[in-house]
Ligand binder design. Structure first.
Ligand code: ADP
Length: 248
């Protein structure tokens, strides 16, 4: 069985909007523990790709498997989240009036509701998990601060921490370093490198310096298909990629 190390397997995925193919027979495989960057010009299909993986948009045709057995084309959004795919949109969405710690707590117990969560006593294992996550996202000194007082970069890390509380196997991240300072961007690169291995990451990103910091393998999308795949160096020197980005 060749798909043993595969977390995401997409083959010939097509999505049309009024006859326009936002994804056109797209095929893509991501290995367990891999950190993959997805790049491509506006309109290439990056958002639609993430929408298909998370069940927000249905593919018209094609195959989409999460792990060995989970057929994403037969699952709804909630089932896909439950099965271990977490998505982070570009804008941070944290509970501004709750503390950093409470945000992580709420995320861990998302199915229990706000009040049940805040009045329940956390067992020591839950406390340890939150403490570990706080350290990972470098917010251990801000645990008691309202999330609304964090910097933009810190809010982004908190939201990543909130996703991690749900123990995702695959994380989809949309332009995670947009709006970050250089220092925050460097820290985010460290965070992602430390998450890879334990989790699989798919990162859509325009910031090539950041891509260079994190990615072993880059996929270039264009007009709904994979134009090129390989190391950043390989794809940047690919003639078809140069044509698409620089024009003829
Ligand atoms: P990217 O994220 O790479 O910029 P998108 O996936 O957002 O690309 O879009 C791919 C193409 O599909 C674009 O041409 C876009 O206009 C079109 N598109 C995306 N979503 C819809 C929709 N809901 N209805 C119609 N066209 C759409």
């Amino acid at each position: 069985d060749t798909s043993h190390g595969t977390v995401l397997y997409l083959e010939d995925i097509t999505v049309s909007f009024d006859g326009f193919r936002a994804l056109n027979q797209l095929s893509l495989t991501i290995d367990n523990g891999e950190l993959r960057c997805i790049i491509g010009p506006n309109g290439a299909g990056k958002t639609t790709l993430m929408d298909v993986i998370t069940g927000k948009t249905r593919a018209d045709s094609g195959t989409a498997f999460f792990g060995q057995t989970m057929d994403l084309t037969r699952m709804n959004e909630a089932e896909i989240v439950q099965s271990g795919i977490g998505r982070k949109f570009q804008k941070p969405t944290v509970f501004e009036h709750h503390s950093v710690f409470e945000n992580l707590e709420l995320a861990m117990q998302a199915d229990r509701g706000v009040w049940a969560t805040l009045f329940a006593r956390l067992d020591s294992e839950a406390r340890d998990r939150i403490a570990d996550t706080l350290q990972l996202i470098r917010l251990q000194d801000s645990a008691d601060r309202p999330a609304g007082l964090l910097s933009h970069g810190q809010k982004q890390w908190l939201e990543i921490g909130m996703l991690l509380m749900q123990r995702p196997k695959l994380l989809l991240l949309d332009e995670p370093v947009a709006g970050m300072t250089d220092e925050e961007t460097d820290r985010t690169a460290e965070l992602f490198l430390s998450l890879a291995g334990k989790h699989s990451l798919m990162v859509v990103e325009h910031d090539m310096a950041f891509v260079a910091q994190i990615a072993k393998k880059v996929t270039v999308l264009h007009e709904g298909s994979v134009l090129a795949e390989g190391s950043l160096d390989q794809v940047q020197n690919n003639e078809r990629v140069i044509e698409v980005y620089l024009g003829r």
